[in-house]
Design a protein around this ligand. Structure first.
Ligand code: TXA
Ligand code: MG
Length: 310
């Protein structure tokens, strides 16, 4: 159910959960001051309680309330990429943030999103926690109808159109004195080099160690269809998820991600196409993985690998 900005504010302030747009994907929002709504997010999504939530704020100043410990380069990162698809994990004053949000960790993740409606919400309601607005394990929602497909037609959604980025924010944390990427996202690793002086590495889960980004442990981004990944689909006779500038002469059906020359366009379409496979009750599809292993393509490859790995 599409609702107005004023109604969204009213619902958030009275302890309800509302789906709201961001530039990356839709979020399932609750006010930081509403503990029941925050717990409700976990049950609505079927999200494990050990998977923490990102705190969305309207300005860097709002973060100062939760922590005074800022790692080197934090302020340059914030100035360059916020508002935008960057999330930063910081050590926080734990008594100021409910443990359910942090999943008991001594840290919290922060982001300033860049969507005019959500920025206004954050100014008027204050910080909001929001995971992606999808049932856990499903592809994220990039338009209001995706939200309704997961949570029902009566679920309140603030309609902000289709999301511009189409994939989630990139999450950075500091390990020792180096920044690392703990979730690949809309900002590719190379974009951080001018500020950090190096390309941050992508964190790998060490066997036996507690996960640095708990969400990465879970099955993600997956349609019900079984996906198979391939670098060569010229002879494929089955359903293909491929590119608009390529020919798949024998394919029984083509779901088009966009041009193989434009990673941003493909990112914008990715979850839409994964969800379309389900809508059309496709049981099995082959995905064309023949694209450059650089920049945003690396995020897309990671999402497709996770979507295929059931
Ligand atoms: O683009 C986005 O980031 C979207 C929009 C709505 O802002 N949000 C999003 O939230 O993707 P979610 O909940 O689907 O993913 C958040 C990820 C999870 O993998 C979680 O484990 C990780 O952030 N995370 C949250 N707090 C953390 C912390 N303190 N330390 C490490 N990872 C954290
Ligand atoms: Mg998510």
């Amino acid at each position: 159910m599409h609702i107005s900005l004023n109604k969204t504010i009213h619902l958030l302030e009275t302890g309800h959960v509302v789906a709201v747009p961001t530039e990356t994907v839709y979020g399932l929002a609750a006010s930081l001051t509403q503990p029941t709504a925050i717990l409700n997010i976990f049950s609505l999504k079927g999200r494990p309680s050990n998977n923490p939530l990102i705190i969305h704020v309207g300005s860097v100043e709002q973060i100062f309330y939760f922590t005074k410990q800022f790692p080197e380069n934090f302020h340059q990162l914030a100035e360059t990429f916020w508002p935008g698809p960057l999330t930063v994990v910081l050590k926080v004053e734990t008594n100021l943030i409910p443990t359910s949000i942090r999943a008991g960790l001594p840290t919290a993740a922060f982001r300033i999103p860049n969507h005019p409606l959500t920025r206004e919400l954050l100014q008027r309601v204050g910080p909001l926690v929001m995971p992606s607005a999808n049932i856990s394990g499903r592809p994220s929602a990039t338009n209001p109808s995706h939200v309704e497909s997961d949570f029902g037609k009566d679920f309140p959604v603030l309609d902000g159109g289709a999301c511009q980025c189409g994939v989630e924010s990139t999450i950075l944390h500091q390990d020792g004195d180096r920044w690392e990427i703990i979730r690949q996202g809309a900002l590719s690793a190379d974009l951080f080099a001018p500020i950090l002086g190096y390309i941050p590495e992508i964190h790998t889960i060490k066997p036996g160690a507690a996960p640095t980004c708990p969400g990465q442990m879970y099955r993600h981004y997956a349609p019900r269809a079984q996906l198979h990944l391939s670098n060569s689909l010229h002879q494929c006779r089955e359903v293909v998820v491929g590119f608009s500038d390529r020919v798949y002469p024998l394919a029984s059906r083509l779901f088009c991600l966009g041009p193989s020359t434009d990673a941003h366009a493909v990112a914008e379409n990715l979850y839409f196409i994964l969800r379309q496979l389900d809508e059309e009750q496709v049981e099995k599809a082959w995905v064309d993985m023949h694209f450059p292993q650089v920049g945003l393509w690396l995020t897309l490859a990671e999402r497709l690998k996770k979507a295929a790995n059931k």
